[in-house]
Write a protein that binds this ligand. Structure first.
Ligand code: ADP
Length: 696
């Protein structure tokens, strides 16, 4: 496979693996600035989203908290309303029972008994007094639970309030409650007390009063207390907020809910205040808030995860863009023309090398395809197809596309450039497979063969020339050999003829005279033959005149195309080493090129049987004193002692098709130039042939 083939195949394989059909042009110029702007804007958007979600979630949690607080507040208000109602009901019931005490037949004794019973039942009542006037107490009974009520302060000291209340009651002819007052007790304690004055009416006349003392703390604990929820506190306050009595210990808590309800009684108005404290942390006050909070956290996590995913995606996108840009750059710098067609045969992509090859811009090639209809029997024609070959190329493409087996082999064709020049190209077609493994079109690669053709042509011409020269040289060598070989027999003939003539000098016979003439003729002819041979010899040796000053490296350059041709055929690596500052040599250029070629050819042939990895041949030239030394080193089979003896003999060869004249010719040529040709064994294997050319 040639280098061009491997480049093309590598390119095609890459296309197949990556599954890229045609790369977008814009991928090329993604600068880091664009990325920075893009990611900057995305960053702002993300920040905005984050802030919005946080605000929304915060609001939600806050609203849920508020809703829950309003629920608590409402419940508290309902409880307070119920408490007021309970107190009112209890007071009314007490009033009725007190009225029942004062029936017509009430006497002091049974009044005391019934009153004691009432006080026993109603703990909020502290004392009952039956007065015949506002001032005078006839009978009185104290609660068994508070027997020493008036021990620190006497009842008389508190008389004015009772009197005032009773006068009000008398005027209104209905029960009246007094303003509450603090009743100190023993051991420094005391309690807020409120009196009720109930006028006793007999036959439409007020005959006395029933005065009942209510304990405000007991009212709260007995009338409201049982219904009070944990964590609630209930109290009576004055309108200015002063606390008169309270019940229930509110636990400590961060939030306090408060409500107040008026307890309107005839003669007095009390304010019932209810407090509720929320205990524990208020972050998750109820299930709703907790749910909203959990959902918020979940939402935030999703946003964060989305953000992370986005970042990873962006990174992947950037890597992809980089990879595409890199691939694009690779394709742009390829010297192989690339072209992608879709399944209908329309050109979808061409690389710069292809445009360069055919002289059309990529727009021209793509536009042209956009207008043209697909031919019924193949792809639409392209402007660079030679008019007379359109059908042939189309048929070639169709056949190649249908016979997948031979796709990888290149096919040679001719393109016409836009400027009319024709160029030979080698075309490879391969199916274009996308990432899903489906075929989306055809990928073609083209190698311009113009330069290759030119080199081949040059090599062929120079090989022909060298072969002709070689043949001439061989003939010359043979002629030279013949003349050398014939000179001696001719000299012998000549001397025998002169000897015979000398002997015939004395003879006077007619025969002798004839023989003398014949001998003279023989001597003359022998001399003539000698002259002919000498002239041939001179002719062969007369190449002196063609000598010139030549750069040793120029000799190498001249033979390299041929050497390379042979080397690639035999898979031999060739190395050239030219010494520094070499002087020019006076030589017959053609003959010396022939010598070099012969030595190189022998070396390569000697390596035909050794391992490919070892096939190395080096050509060197360097200065050695007053001469220039050329050497050709191979790693071949080497020369045995037996072969070495006859090596330079004409017609000695060990090859089937060999002539055996190569080395003898080389030696002759080198010697004609005043140099020496010799060889040496190379270790571990191979041979080194050296020849020197003296400087003149
Ligand atoms: P030919 O190449 O036609 O055989 P040559 O005169 O060039 O004639 O070579 C004579 C013989 O010398 C070859 O047949 C070969 O056996 C041997 N010979 C020449 N060069 C080498 C070499 N580099 N290594 C081994 N043998 C060689």
């Amino acid at each position: 496979m040639t280098t061009a083939d491997s480049v093309v195949n590598a390119t095609l394989t890459q296309h197949k693996v990556a599954g890229i059909e045609w790369l977008p042009q814009r991928m090329r110029s993604h600068g880091s600035l664009a990325w920075a702007i893009l990611s900057g804007r995305r960053g702002t958007l993300w920040l905005l989203l984050f802030v919005l979600v946080t605000v929304m979630l915060g609001t939600l949690v806050w609203l849920a908290g508020r809703y829950e607080a309003s629920q608590v507040q409402e419940k508290l208000e309902r409880d307070a309303g119920d408490a007021v109602q309970d107190i009112r009901t209890a007071l009314t019931r007490n009033l009725q029972q007190m009225q029942a005490l004062q029936n017509e037949s009430a006497t002091g004794v049974n009044w005391i008994a019934e009153s004691t019973q009432l006080l026993r039942d109603r703990r909020e009542l502290l004392r009952l007094e039956w007065r015949d006037s506002a001032v005078n107490v006839m009978w009185n009974v104290s609660s068994p639970y508070q027997p020493r009520l008036f021990s620190r302060v006497t009842r008389a000291q508190l008389q004015s309030d009772v009197v005032q209340t009773c006068s009000l009651a008398r005027r209104a002819s209905s029960p009246i409650y007094s303003v509450s007052y603090f009743l100190p007790q023993e051991e420094g304690s005391g309690q807020e007390v409120m009196d009720l004055c109930l006028p006793l009416v007999t036959s439409g006349r007020i005959t006395g009063y029933l005065v009942a003392s209510y304990s405000l703390p007991n009212m709260l604990s007995d009338l409201v207390g049982p219904q009070l929820a944990r964590g609630q506190e209930v109290s009576f306050t004055e309108t200015d907020g002063t606390r008169l009595a309270m019940h229930g210990a509110a636990r400590r808590g961060s939030r306090i809910f408060t409500t107040q309800q008026l307890l309107n009684l005839p003669g007095n108005t009390l304010v019932l205040r209810m407090d509720s404290r929320r205990t524990g942390p208020d972050l998750f006050p109820n299930v709703l808030t907790a749910l909203v909070t959990v959902l918020s956290i979940a939402l935030m996590s999703v946003v964060v995860m989305l953000g992370r995913d986005m970042r990873r995606r962006m990174l992947a996108e950037r890597n992809l863009a980089d990879a595409l840009a890199f691939r694009k750059a690779m394709e742009d710098s390829l010297i192989t023309g690339l072209q992608a067609r879709d399944m209908q045969g329309h050109i979808r992509y061409v690389n710069p090398a292809f445009c360069e090859m055919v002289g059309y811009s990529s727009e021209e090639l793509l536009d042209n395809q956009a207008d043209s209809e697909a031919a019924p029997h193949g792809p639409p024609s392209s402007p660079y197809w030679p008019p007379e070959k359109v059908d042939e190329i189309r048929l070639g493409i169709t056949q190649r596309q249908s016979s997948k087996a031979k796709l990888r082999d290149g096919v040679e064709t001719v393109f016409v450039r836009k400027d009319g020049r024709r160029l030979p190209v080698l075309m490879f077609v391969a199916p274009l497979i996308n990432a899903l493994g489906e075929q989306t079109g055809w990928m073609s690669a083209f190698v311009d063969l113009t330069e290759q053709r030119r080199i081949e042509e040059m090599s062929r011409a120079s090989q022909e020339r060298l072969q002709a020269t070689a043949r001439l040289a061989t003939v010359g060598e043979m002629a030279s050999l013949l003349s050398h070989e014939l000179n001696q027999p001719l000299a012998a003939i000549s001397s025998y003829a002169s000897g015979s003539l000398n002997m015939l000098e004395q003879s006077t016979s007619a025969l002798g005279a004839d023989l003398r003439i014949a001998m003279t003729r023989i001597a003359e002819q022998a001399e003539r033959a000698g002259k002919v041979i000498k002239s041939v010899h001179n002719f062969v040796r007369r190449r002196e005149g063609q000598r010139e000053q030549v750069d040793p490296s120029a000799l190498f350059e001249a033979v390299m195309p041929l050497v390379n041709l042979q080397a690639s055929k035999l898979e031999v690596k060739v190395q050239i080493r030219v010494g520094q500052a070499l002087p020019q040599v006076w030589c017959d250029r053609t003959m010396l090129e022939q010598v070099l070629l012969n030595l190189v050819r022998n070396g390569m042939q000697a390596m035909a049987l050794v391992d490919v990895a070892l096939r190395q041949l080096s050509l060197e030239v360097e200065r050695a004193g007053e001469s220039v030394l050329f050497s050709v080193t191979d790693c071949g089979v080497g020369i045995t002692a037996e072969v070495a003896q006859q090596l330079f003999e004409p017609f000695f060869t060990t090859k089937l098709e060999g002539m055996g004249l190569g080395l003898s010719l080389c030696r002759t040529v080198v010697e004609q130039h005043g140099g020496i040709l010799e060889f040496e064994r190379r270790s571990p294997q191979g041979t080194i042939f050296r020849f020197s050319l003296p400087l003149r």
